[in-house]
Design a protein around this ligand. Structure first.
Ligand SMILES: C[S@@+](CC[C@H](N)C(=O)[O-])C[C@H]1O[C@@H](n2cnc3c(N)ncnc32)[C@H](O)[C@@H]1O
Length: 249
C-alpha cells in the first residue's frame, strides 16, 4: 500500500492512515468514544444502516473501514443475512483484531481482511454484490474510495454509505457544529487521555464533508445510478444508497 497524495477537499478529515495510527491507538476505546461523542445516538444510526444493508439483495458483501465490527455484527444478526458472506475490511490491524473477537459467533459467514479502501488491488473487479462503508468516507479520499467500491461491485451491485452530513437548516447546522467544536475537545480529551487526534479528525471530517445532496451528485459523477439518501437525526448523518449500472456505458 502506498501513500496517496490527496487534494484536501476530497478527504474531509485530511486524514492519512499512513501518517497517523490514531485508530490503532484508540482501538480498545473506540466504541466507548462513539458513545461519548454521540451521546449513544450512533447505536441508532448503526442499527438503521445495518437494517438497510441487510435489506439489500446480495450474497457477498464487502464492508470497508469496518472498525470494530459493530455494524457487521448488527448486519449478521438480521435473520435475512443467514447464508450470506461478508468480508469485513479495515486498514488497522488493531481494529480488525477487535472485530474478529466480536464476530466470533458468525465466523462461518464473515472473514476479515486488511484493506485500504482507497486502493484494493487484491479485490477482483466485479466480485461483490454489495459494498458498504460507514463513518469511513470522511477520513478517506472519497473519490478513490468510491471508485474502488465501483470497481469491486458486480454490474447492478449495491453501494451503502453511512456518513456525517448536514442539517438542512443553516442556523441549526451552525449551532450543532459550534456545540460540537466546544463539547468534543473536552469529551475527547477526557476519553482519550489527551490524544487530540481522534476528535481533531472527526471535527474536520464533519465540517468539510459534503451535504447529502452534494454527495449524491458526486456518487453519480463516479458512475453510480439510482442514488438515494435518508437523513438521520435531522441530518447529522445520512445513509446514501446507489447502484452500479447493470449495463456499463
Ligand atoms: C470512524 S471508524 C468507523 C468504523 C466502523 N465502520 C463504524 O462505523 O463503527 C473509521 C475506520 O476506518 C479505518 N480507516 C481509515 N482509513 C482507512 C482506509 N483508507 N481504508 C480502510 N479503512 C480505513 C480506521 O482504521 C477505522 O477503523
Amino acid at each position: 500500500m502506498t501513500v496517496t497524495e490527496t487534494p484536501p477537499h476530497l478527504n474531509a478529515a485530511d486524514f492519512a492512515w499512513q501518517k497517523d495510527d490514531v485508530f490503532g491507538r484508540i482501538a480498545s476505546r473506540y466504541d466507548r468514544l462513539c458513545d461519548a461523542f454521540s451521546f449513544g445516538i450512533h447505536r441508532l444510526w448503526k442499527q438503521r444502516v445495518a437494517e438497510r444493508i441487510a435489506s439489500e439483495e446480495w450474497d457477498t458483501l464487502l464492508d470497508g473501514a469496518t472498525g470494530t465490527g459493530d455494524i457487521i455484527l448488527r448486519v449478521l444478526e438480521q435473520p435475512s443475512t443467514t447464508g450470506r458472506t461478508v468480508i469485513a475490511s479495515d486498514v488497522s490491524a488493531k481494529m480488525l483484531a477487535i472485530a474478529e473477537q466480536r464476530l466470533q459467533a458468525h465466523k462461518g459467514s464473515v472473514s476479515l481482511q486488511l484493506l485500504d479502501a482507497e486502493n484494493m488491488p487484491s479485490v477482483q473487479s466485479g466480485s461483490f454484490d454489495a459494498y458498504s462503508i460507514s463513518l469511513g468516507m470522511k477520513i478517506c479520499n472519497r473519490r478513490l474510495a468510491a471508485q474502488e467500491a465501483f470497481r469491486a461491485l458486480k454490474p447492478g451491485g449495491r453501494l451503502i454509505i453511512l456518513e456525517a452530513s448536514n442539517i438542512p437548516w443553516t442556523f441549526v447546522n451552525r449551532a450543532y457544529f459550534l456545540y460540537m467544536s466546544i463539547c468534543m475537545p473536552v469529551l475527547g480529551w477526557l476519553a482519550t487521555g489527551g490524544d487530540a487526534s481522534a476528535y481533531k479528525y472527526l471535527l474536520h471530517g464533519i465540517r468539510d464533508f459534503p451535504s447529502a445532496e452534494e454527495l449524491a451528485l458526486e456518487l453519480e459523477s463516479y458512475g453510480f445510478e439510482g442514488v438515494t439518501f435518508e437523513r438521520l437525526s435531522l441530518g447529522i448523518v445520512a445513509i446514501h444508497t446507489a447502484r452500479k449500472p447493470r449495463v456499463q456505458q
